[in-house]
Design a protein around this ligand. Structure first.
Ligand SMILES: Cc1ncc(C[n+]2csc(CCOP(=O)(O)OP(=O)(O)O)c2C)c(N)n1
Length: 571
C-alpha cells in the first residue's frame, strides 16, 4: 500500500531529505497544517523566534556561516510581510535562504481573505525566485527546486507560498515526481552561455598579461571569495604576485588581516591609504564583488588610472557599476586557480613603497578612554580570536570592520548591501546554530539593538548562548555623524533613549554587564564568555565619537574627511 501524506508532511519530508536540521519560524492560521506535521519530524528542530523578521535573519546568518540553505517559516499576511526585510537583506548579500509561507486556501485567494497578502508579488523584486504552489502534486518538486535555486550559482533567497488547503491535501507518496534537476539544468544552460569558454579564456589570458605588466596592481576581494571558499587560492595568487589585497566590507575575513599583503577596506569609511592606492592603481582585479557605491564613491572618478578586470559568477554584475575592461564570468575559486596556473612570480616593491608613503597616523580623534578599538581588541583577545563577529549597522559596524583583527575565514558577518539595522542579534542566533560550541558575538548600537532585542527570549527558550555587545552612545550614531558633518549639527530625531540594558538582561534572567571604563572591559567580556548562556555587555562609549576617515556621499575616493570638519562647529 503506498503511503498517503498530507502536503504538510510532504514539505517536512523534503526538508529532511535536503538535510535541514533547523527551521526558524512562527506559527499562525495559514501555516497550521505544517506545524501540525512538524512534531513527526524530530530531526527538524524548530526555533520559535519572537518576530518573523528575526526568523529570516537567523536563517540568513545560519546560511552565511555554514554555506547550507537557511530555512524560515511564517504564516500568511503579517507573518509573511514580516519576513520581507530579512529576505531583502539575504538577496542583497547573496545568502541562500528558503522561506516557506502559509497562504489562504486557494478558493479564497484574490478575495481579500483574512490575512491574505500577495507575498509573491511583494517579494518578487527581493528574492532570487518565488513560487505559489497550486497543487500538492507539485509541492515536492517546487520545494526541492527552492533549495536548488537558493544554492545554485550565486546564492539567494527563495520563497515558497503554500495555501493552507494544499498543506492539507493528501497524495500517495512515491517520493515526489521530479528531483529539481530541471531548474539546475536550466540555470546551467544560462551560465554556460553567459560564460562562453572562448571569452572566458581570452579574459583570463588578458588578465594574466595585465598582472604581469601592471606597475600598480591591486586585488580587490569581495563576498564571492567567501562564498566560493577561495581563501587559499586568493592568498596564493597574492603571494605569487606580491599584489596588495583590499577586502570589501563583505570580503572582510576572506584574507587574513595579519598577512603582510593585506591592505585594508576601501570606500566610504576605508583607510585613506587604501583609497589613495585605488586612485593611483593602474590595474584592479576585482574578485566576487559588485563595486557597490559605498566602495567606489562617485563612480565617474573611481580609479581613474586603472584598467579593471572583473571576475564574478553573476554576469549581470559585470559592468553594472563600473565599466570592466575584462570580464570573466565564473566561480571565484575556479577563476583564481586558472590565473594561478598562468601568472609568473613577481614582486611589487616600488608600488608597496609608494602605498606605504600614503599611510598616515590614525586620524580618529577619540576623547574617552573606552574606545571602540580597545573594546574590539578586548573581545578578540578574550575569545582567542575564535569568535564569529556578527555586526549590526551604523558606526559600530564600521569600527568592527576597521579595527577587529580578522584572521580566520568567514568570521565577519554583517548586512552589507541592505544595511539592515536589527540584523545582528537574530543573525547571530543562526550563526550559533551553524557553529555550535564556538563563540558568537552580536555587536550592535543602542538603536539597532532595540530593533530586535526581543530575540533574547528566543535564545533563552532554545538555549542559544549568543553574547551581545551594545555600543551605547545615546544616539543613532551614524545618522548623527552625517547630521554633524552635512546638516549643520541639527540632531533631528537621532538622540535615542534606551532602557537600562543591565536590568533588561536581569529581567530576561541572563548575565548583564555595564562597562564605563576601559579597565572594566576585560572582566566583563570574560565573565560573559564564562557564562554558559546568553550574556549582554553594554559599553558606554563616547557620545559624539565619529568614524574617520569618511568620503562624503557622492564624492570621489580622493576627497576624504579625515577629522572634525569646520561645519561640525556650526549651530
Ligand atoms: C532598518 C533601518 N532603519 C534605518 C536605517 C538608517 N540608519 C543607518 S545607521 C543608523 C544609526 C544606527 O544607530 P545605532 O544602532 O545606535 O548604531 P551607531 O551608529 O550609533 O553605532 C540608522 C538609523 C537603517 N540602516 N536600517
Amino acid at each position: 500500500m503506498p503511503e498517503v501524506l498530507t502536503g504538510a508532511q510532504v514539505l517536512c519530508r523534503v526538508l529532511r531529505e535536503k538535510g535541514v536540521d533547523v527551521v526558524f519560524g512562527y506559527p499562525g492560521g495559514a501555516i497550521m497544517p505544517f506545524y501540525h506535521a512538524l512534531p513527526e519530524f524530530p530531526e527538524l528542530r524548530h526555533v520559535l523566534v519572537r518576530h518573523e523578521q528575526a526568523a529570516a535573519h537567523a536563517a540568513d546568518g545560519y546560511a552565511r556561516a555554514c554555506g547550507r540553505a537557511g530555512v524560515c517559516v511564517a504564516t500568511s499576511g503579517p507573518g509573511a510581510t514580516n519576513l520581507v526585510t530579512g529576505l531583502a537583506t539575504a538577496q542583497m548579500d547573496s545568502s541562500p535562504v528558503v522561506a516557506i509561507t502559509g497562504q489562504v486556501p486557494r478558493s479564497m485567494i484574490g478575495r481579500d481573505a483574512f490575512q491574505e497578502t500577495d507575498i509573491i508579488g511583494i517579494t518578487l523584486p527581493i528574492t532570487k525566485h518565488s513560487v505559489l504552489v497550486q497543487d500538492i502534486s507539485e509541492l515536492a518538486e517546487r520545494t526541492r527546486e527552492a533549495f536548488d535555486i537558493a544554492l545554485e550559482g550565486r546564492p539567494g533567497p527563495v520563497l515558497i507560498d503554500v495555501p493552507k488547503d494544499v498543506q492539507n491535501q493528501k497524495m500517495e507518496w512515491d517520493g515526489g515526481t521530479a528531483d529539481g534537476r530541471r531548474v539546475a539544468e536550466r540555470n546551467d544552460a544560462f551560465r554556460r552561455s553567459a560564460s562562453r569558454p572562448e571569452s572566458r579564456e581570452e579574459g583570463l589570458r588578458r588578465a594574466v598579461a595585465l598582472m604581469a605588466s601592471a606597475e600598480r596592481p591591486l586585488l580587490m576581494v569581495g563576498h564571492g571569495v567567501i562564498l566560493a571558499n577561495a581563501y587559499e587560492e586568493v592568498r596564493a595568487l597574492a603571494e605569487r604576485t606580491g599584489v596588495p589585497v583590499i577586502t570589501t566590507l563583505l570580503g572582510i575575513s576572506a584574507f587574513s588581516e595579519a598577512h603582510p599583503l593585506h591592505l585594508g577596506m576601501p570606500g566610504m569609511h576605508g583607510e585613506v591609504h587604501v583609497n589613495r592606492a585605488i586612485q593611483h592603481a593602474d590595474l584592479i582585479v576585482g574578485i566576487g564583488l559588485r563595486f557597490d557605491d559605498r566602495v567606489t564613491g562617485n563612480t565617474a572618478a573611481f580609479a581613474p588610472r586603472a584598467r579593471i578586470v572583473h571576475i564574478d559568477l553573476d554576469p549581470s554584475e559585470i559592468g553594472k557599476n563600473v565599466p570592466a575592461e575584462i570580464a570573466i564570468v565564473g566561480d571565484a575559486r575556479e577563476m583564481v586557480v586558472a590565473l594561478l596556473q598562468a601568472v609568473k612570480p613577481r614582486r611589487c616593491d616600488a608600488w608597496w613603497e609608494e602605498i606605504n608613503g600614503y599611510r598616515r597616523q590614525r586620524s580618529e580623534a577619540y576623547h574617552g578612554g573606552l574606545s571602540p578599538e580597545f573594546i574590539l581588541g578586548t573581545i578578540h583577545d578574550v575569545t582567542g580570536g575564535r569568535a564569529t563577529i556578527v555586526s549590526d549597522v551604523g558606526q559600530h559596524q564600521m569600527w568592527v570592520a576597521k579595527h577587529y583583527p580578522y584572521r580566520t575565514p568567514n568570521t565577519h558577518i554583517t548586512s552589507g548591501g541592505l544595511g539592515t539595522m536589527g540584523f545582528a542579534v537574530p543573525a547571530a542566533i543562526g550563526v550559533q546554530f551553524a557553529r555550535p560550541g564556538t563563540p558568537v558575538w552580536a555587536i550592535s548600537g543602542d538603536g539597532g539593538f532595540q530593533m530586535n532585542m526581543q530575540e533574547i527570549a528566543t535564545m533563552i527558550q532554545e538555549g542559544i548562548p549568543v553574547k551581545m555587545a551594545v555600543f551605547n552612545n545615546g544616539y543613532l550614531g551614524m545618522v548623527r555623524q552625517w547630521q554633524q558633518f552635512f546638516h549643520g549639527r541639527r540632531y533631528s530625531a537621532t538622540p535615542i533613549w534606551s532602557p537600562d540594558f543591565v536590568r533588561l538582561a536581569e529581567a530576561y534572567g541572563i548575565a548583564g554587564f555595564r562597562v564605563e571604563h576601559a579597565r572594566q572591559a576585560e572582566e566583563a567580556v570574560s565573565r560573559a564568555m564564562k557564562d554558559p548562556g546568553p550574556a549582554l555587555v553594554e559599553f558606554m562609549i563616547e557620545q559624539e565619537a565619529n568614524v574617520f576617515p569618511m568620503i562624503p556621499p557622492g564624492a570621489s575616493l580622493s576627497e576624504p574627511i579625515e577629522g572634525e570638519p569646520a561645519s561640525a562647529r556650526v549651530g
